[in-house]
Design a binder for this molecule. Structure first.
Ligand SMILES: NC(=O)c1ccc[n+]([C@@H]2O[C@H](COP(=O)([O-])OP(=O)(O)OC[C@H]3O[C@@H](n4cnc5c(N)ncnc54)[C@H](O)[C@@H]3O)[C@@H](O)[C@H]2O)c1
Ligand SMILES: CC(C)CCC[C@@H](C)[C@H]1CC[C@H]2[C@@H]3[C@H](O)C=C4C[C@@H](O)CC[C@]4(C)[C@H]3CC[C@]12C
Length: 366
């Protein structure tokens, strides 16, 4: 990837390119990577917005495929300079079986690594998650920690377990010789809770608030901090990492980076109100309406109902013991590792991120 004003020649592949984050990565690459010749967008379900991108100067190639199918992945990776692997099964609600989560997140990632090795692709960026670290099963707080902060990463839930295992595979693959004999360079980005345009859970809370008479009821103490990061900044960080992996291979290969920006430290609900408030909702109560034990009882009942109803229908509400534990455990990051290693600065200010998200929430129900 030589720096030059030559004709664009790079080929990038984004797996999961039609997802919430993936779409932002795809659009950010088209805006911010002038050396791009072809952008391959690989996803299980291709979105119609891809069509409008085909008229630009970069060749956008949609590829409908499944990361669990090694041959499909190898065909998509072949000839790519960089792979940004964001495809994943994001399920903390019990919609998919643990086996399916494992297959997509772990086996799918292994397939991407093997495809890079077989076809000679040298640069792999993996979208990991804060949940690789925590909150852990003990509910211990992680208060504004960084990549080196000691923390017991103990998980029982299939989603964080699968992300942790996949991240390990990616990091261990750093340095493996790819076809042609050069070393593979990998790194992993760990976003906290991503928000922004396209964030379906934010939209669900908005719709629920409208149904409840433009109110939401506080469930989590305001003192519990939950890390959040704007999707545009997460996408920007992916683009920068992809760009800098070659010139800074020594420093960045095998590294993990939390994704961060200037979003304020707040509880999950207070943070959502930054957007839902201007959309006309209010959060009722300065303290949780229900005591924690009652909330946990409801969450456990939901889990029991899910299990009982499984043969008949899929019951997967937002509240279950795991989501309650995440929302109710402080987990925030404070780091400048990405700035030190590859010069990352957020592309979007907090004010900008907030405005863009508010406009999206307002428009998303019309
Ligand atoms: N949303 C968050 O808050 C958050 C936070 C940290 C990390 N992440 C990670 O970011 C990545 C993207 O998450 P998202 O929130 O955009 O989720 P998403 O569900 O919106 O996007 C995931 C995309 O992957 C695709 N996909 C799923 N299974 C696939 C398969 N078998 N083959 C090919 N494509 C497949 C989906 O179709 C979807 O387009 C995931 O790896 C997730 O673990 C998300
Ligand atoms: C008021 C609460 C009890 C309602 C439950 C909220 C719950 C659905 C939210 C809270 C925290 C959210 C997770 C968090 O932002 C971080 C991630 C990491 C990422 O890798 C996948 C998404 C996930 C798990 C968010 C899912 C929704 C959660 C649990």
């Amino acid at each position: 990837m030589a720096e030059s004003a030559e004709a664009p020649k790079l080929v990038y592949l984004v797996t999961g390119g039609c997802g919430f984050l993936g779409e932002h990565v795809v659009r950010m690459l088209l805006e911010q990577e002038p050396r791009l010749r072809e952008l391959r967008v690989f996803d299980l379900h291709l979105s119609s917005w891809l069509e409008e991108l085909k008229t630009g100067p970069v060749q956008v190639t949609p590829i409908q495929g499944d990361v669990t199918q090694a041959h499909q992945v190898a065909a998509a990776v072949s000839g790519a300079h960089v792979v940004i692997h964001t495809a994943g099964l994001v399920d903390v609600f019990g919609r998919a079986s643990p086996e399916t989560i494992y297959k997509v997140n772990v086996q799918g990632t292994q397939n991407v690594i093997e495809a890079c090795v077989q076809t000679g692709t040298r640069f792999l960026v993996y979208t990991s998650s804060m949940e690789v670290v925590g909150p852990n099963v003990k509910g211990q707080p992680f208060y504004r920690g960084n990549e080196d902060t000691p923390y017991e990463a103990l998980h029982k839930h299939p989603y964080p377990q699968s992300k942790a295992q996949a991240e390990r595979l990616v990091l261990q693959a750093n340095g493996r010789k790819v076809q042609g004999g050069l070393p593979l360079v990998t790194c992993a980005l760990r976003p906290t809770g991503i928000y922004g345009e396209g964030h379906q859970i934010m939209r669900d809370f908005y719709l629920q608030g409208l149904r409840l008479g433009s109110r939401l009821f506080r469930a989590i103490p305001a003192s519990v901090e939950h890390g959040r990061v704007y999707v545009g900044n997460v996408a920007w960080m992916h683009v920068l990492v992809a760009r800098e992996l070659e010139p800074r291979a020594e420093l960045m290969g095998g590294q993990v980076y939390f994704c961060y920006d200037k979003s304020p430290y707040k509880s999950y609900e207070d943070f959502n109100m930054e957007f839902l408030g201007p959309c006309g909702l209010r959060l009722v109560g300065t303290r949780p309406l229900l005591p924690y034990w009652l909330l946990m009882l409801l969450a456990t009942l939901n889990a029991l109902l899910q299990w009982l109803l499984r043969p008949l229908l899929l019951y997967a509400p937002l509240l279950n013991p795991y989501t309650l534990a995440i929302a109710n455990t402080t987990f925030t990051v404070s780091t400048n590792k990405a700035q030190r290693h590859f010069g990352y600065e957020p592309l979007f200010s907090w004010e900008d991120s907030r405005t863009r998200t508010i406009l999206w929430v307002q428009g998303s129900t019309q």
